[in-house]
Ligand binder design. Sequence first.
Ligand code: SF4
Length: 217
Amino acid sequence: MEKQETPSIVYRFGNGVYINLTNRCPNLCVFCIKTKWNMQFHGNNLNLEGQEPSAGEVIAALERELRKAPFQEVVFCGYGEPTMRLDVLLFVAQTLKGWRAQAKYPPFIIRLNTNGLGNRINHKDIVPLLARVVDEVYVSLNAPDAASWQKLVRPIEEFQDGYEDVCDFIHACVEAGFRKVVASCVAQTGVDPDAVARVANAQGATFYLRSFLDEQD
Ligand code: SF4
């Protein structure tokens, strides 16, 4: 795999342009590829080394990247939890939505990939804020119950009881009427994907089983 030294604020994967807002995350998932791949992802260095980009830097990086080649979606993702930087996320998503309204680029989707702990992280209900500027939400669910979730995602002490919050977040996103709400499970972690799918469907979300070699959550 080609190695790149300069940290990527935005990078391409499939039909998407991805935004790497932070490397911080309250979880330490056993399947997290940021540790396995030494912060590299398909030729991009996603190690921000603590230098998280400002909203202005993200927008400038997007303006450079989006004009280079076609894309179908812009995704808040990266090697970290995007809702750790809620204000920047919302500002950038609002800017993207404005560009879309002005038809500055061909039509595209604005997506958030998240671990589902955003309400706990931000100590408030962030779903209505997201619903104004984000089209689709993909939540990394990964487990059919709290005990296996704890073992797999290894949250910090404060979030040991976070499984219910993740389920509530998924449900709230469905209720808020996002274009698509997907709850995912990484394959081959030892949990029964069908059981995770039942939890996802019970919250009203679409289920997606993904390889850990796919994008991060
Ligand atoms: S939630 Fe995502 S970024 Fe955080 S540890 Fe898990 S896989 Fe890695």
